[in-house]
Design a protein around this ligand. Structure first.
Ligand code: ADP
Ligand code: MG
Length: 696
């Protein structure tokens, strides 16, 4: 007990505690009042009644009407979780899953991870208690592997179905099947747009429940002439809006990706600094997939009185996240789109015009709480002529190897017969089967092998999963586990401050001999040896956040490796060839050879590729003759990212069924100019008879 000298203090403390409780209660009341203002609230009972009567329902409602945050709570309140089964609500985007879960935990007055939690790849924030679980669609897909009947769930909500991500599309097929043999399972498919008929058809004419949205008028402005540089135009428009428009009313600017957002953020900071004190403050809030968690909440905080907020977003803010208080939308008209060529196997992210449907969604973000304005940084002509009506579903423009591997692991052997909302191109399916066959994940009859089964358990791209599985054979599973974790940590490992760029380059180069994969391994090992020191990171221009994440990922991957019984072994420290061989065992298809003209050509498809400037291999002299790369990125050129030097004879060792001795060093075929033709025949060993294999 406190002594005499603090006679009055205990009382004060009690008061403070009391105040805190009051503040909490007030916040709760406010949140509960807010919940009641959402459009979905008026339909609560009607919706619950419909769910009680039907097993499957399609829910359609304007973005921001409360579908994602409210419906799971209604079901929880109505007792759907009382039997110990959970409610799953899937999101195509990681950030949305995390942010919505945080909001719902707050509304329910519980700690995130207790009654309400989320699960995303390499991050499980749930517990025994968790009744409402937000998760990425990809995570639910993985859960099918361990629990094909989804027995732990009483309700599955496939949210944001209009986004049509690959995982969502596969989920739709799988849950439809589960619903047939689990009559107690409730299924809600929720979508922001009105093309719900297609979904209703898919689910055998399931009823559509419409939540009428509030929608105010939005004035749409186009530019008179095409913009030469949409980033410049975007900055100018934001600044002009800020300076000329009355206070109140925030701005939402749509850009294409993290780098662009960071650039715009920097320019806006610089330019607003010069505006002086007579202009209101502009609070700049970026949001993109890899934004660190602690900064994500900032976009939802109202700007301080008198200030204006500008949110710089990717199309994550198109429908996945709703930010209140937006009066102005500035739309560059572009987004990054994944595309895939089954012929060459190249997947790329390209900046492309959005669809008309996207443009309408973006504009609508400004008219939620009052009349809005949308400034389109493109011409009306370009809107009409250059923009497609709808975005092509991702499943029709993606590499399907990973999905096919999961489906095979789930026992779905007849891929063509699988119930797709929109089927992928058959060439893409065949290509995926071929790739998995080359990796040894499938046998020539298209059945999953033991290797394939192990690969499917790892939440990694099949090529990387194969490298991890192969590492056992080369006695370096600890090292390859580290490389895989670093590659999966999501963010850049190194940073390069402008004023110390040369020092940063030198620091990085020190790790790089032998290739970028080995560099990742070296960085991690030294960081461990430093005792995870922040100072070590600062000295070597390494991002501490990425390292901490890599450590988390590593722990989880290690547990999964144990589950599939991959022996944990470390190679003697000098034997980096073992590590590089294991990497080659996964990435042998991504081999490039430096030709006499000094340029690299991919070995199968004869594409001319460059080493990405961020690679430690970009400055090697002489450059290595043979390399494997992690991925190709296409900007002005095609660049190989994460490059490692290999010996060509390794190819024969790691993929004897794929390469033959005499064709590794084959002269370039005459037809080489016709990108990717002929060469494949010259280099690729004739596939064994694929009878039955193509019996997809
Ligand atoms: P829908 O799914 O229909 O688009 P949501 O349930 O996501 O709608 O959003 C309902 C409301 O909850 C919105 O007004 C939004 O501003 C608010 N909200 C959602 N997530 C958060 C968050 N992380 N922080 C603050 N408010 C949020
Ligand atoms: Mg939603």
């Amino acid at each position: 007990k406190a002594t005499a000298m603090s006679g009055t203090e205990p009382e004060d403390e009690e008061d403070e505690l009391g105040d805190e409780i009051d503040a909490k209660a007030m916040l709760q009341r406010e949140l509960q009042d807010q919940r009641k203002t959402l459009p979905v609230y008026k339909f609560r009972d009607e919706l619950l009644k419909a769910i009680a009567e039907h097993q499957i329902i399609i829910v359609v409602g304007e973005t921001g009407s409360g579908k994602t945050t409210q419906i799971p709570q209604y079901l929880h309140e109505a007792g759907y979780t009382a039997n110990g089964r959970r409610i799953a609500c899937t999101q195509p985007r990681r950030v949305a899953a995390m942010s919505v879960a945080a909001r719902v935990a707050q509304e329910m007055g519980v700690k995130l991870g207790h009654e309400v939690g989320y699960s995303i790849r390499f991050e499980d924030c749930t517990s025994e208690k968790t009744a409402v679980k937000y998760m990425t669609d990809g995570m639910l897909l993985r859960e099918f592997l361990g629990e094909p009947d989804l027995a732990s769930y009483g309700v599955v909500i496939v949210d944001e179905a209009h986004e049509r991500s690959v995982s969502t599309d596969i989920l739709l097929g799988l849950v439809k099947d589960v619903a047939r043999f689990r009559p107690d399972l409730k299924l809600l498919i929720s979508s922001a747009t009105l093309n719900a008929d297609k979904l209703s058809d898919f689910f055998d004419m399931a009823p559509v429940f419409k939540i009428p949205g509030r929608r105010y008028k939005v004035d749409i402005h186009y530019t008179a002439a095409p913009e030469a540089d949409y980033v410049d135009a975007a900055v100018a428009t934001v600044l002009q809006l800020h300076v000329t428009q009355p206070p109140g009313g925030d701005i939402l600017l749509f850009l294409t990706g993290q780098e662009e957002i960071e650039t715009v953020e920097e320019i806006l900071r610089r330019r607003t600094r010069g505006l002086g004190t007579r202009i209101a403050e502009l609070v700049i809030c970026p949001i993109y997939a890899n934004l660190p968690t602690e900064l994500q909440a900032k976009i939802f905080e109202p700007a301080p009185p008198g200030a204006r907020k500008v949110v710089l977003a990717t199309n994550i803010a198109e429908t996945s996240l709703t930010i209140d208080g937006i009066s102005y939308v500035v739309d560059t008209g572009f987004c990054k789109v994944k595309s895939y060529s089954p012929r060459t196997g190249a997947e790329s992210l390209l900046v492309q015009p959005i669809s008309k449907a996207s443009a309408a969604q973006r504009a609508g973000r400004s008219g939620r709480t009052g009349p809005g304005k949308c400034f389109r940084l493109f011409t009306e002509h370009s809107y009409r002529e250059d923009m497609a009506d709808e975005t092509v579903p991702e499943i029709q423009r993606s590499n399907l190897a990973s999905v096919v591997l999961s489906l095979k692991a789930l026992g779905v052997n007849d891929l063509v017969g699988f119930d797709f909302v929109d089927p992928p191109a058959s060439e893409a399916l065949l290509r995926a089967l071929e790739d998995l066959f080359a990796l040894g994940a499938l046998n020539s009859r298209g059945e999953l092998t033991k290797t394939g089964r192990r690969m499917a358990e790892l939440p990694l791209d099949p090529m990387l999963a194969k490298a991890v599985v192969a590492s056992e054979r080369y006695g370096c599973s600890e090292e390859v586990l580290t490389v895989a974790s670093m590659l999966s940590a999501g963010n850049a490992v190194f940073y390069r401050p402008r004023d110390r760029a040369l020092l940063a380059d030198a620091a990085r180069q020190r790790f790089s001999a032998g290739g970028d994969h080995v560099a990742l391994l070296n960085v991690y090992t030294e960081w461990e040896q430093s005792g995870h020191s922040a100072q070590w990171c600062a000295d070597h221009f390494v991002q501490p956040r990425t390292m901490r994440r890599a450590r988390d990922v590593r722990e989880q991957l290690a547990a999964l490796m144990e589950r599939v019984e991959i022996e944990r072994r470390s190679c003697s420290s000098g034997d980096l060839d073992a590590v590089r061989k294991a990497i080659t065992a996964g990435f042998f298809r991504n081999t490039a050879q430096r030709r006499r003209d000094g340029l690299y050509r991919t070995i199968k498809t004869w594409r001319t590729v460059l080493v990405h400037p961020s690679s430690g291999m970009a400055r090697l002299d002489p450059p290595p003759r043979w390399v494997v790369y992690h991925e190709l990125v296409e900007t002005s050129n095609e660049y190989m990212r994460q490059v490692t030097e290999i010996k060509p004879e390794w190819q024969l060792e790691v993929a004897p069924h794929y390469y033959q001795e005499n064709n590794l060093d084959a002269p370039e075929p005459k037809k080489a100019k016709a990108h990717g033709q002929g060469a494949a025949v010259a280099v690729e060993k004739q596939s064994p008879s694929l009878n039955g294999f193509f019996n997809v």
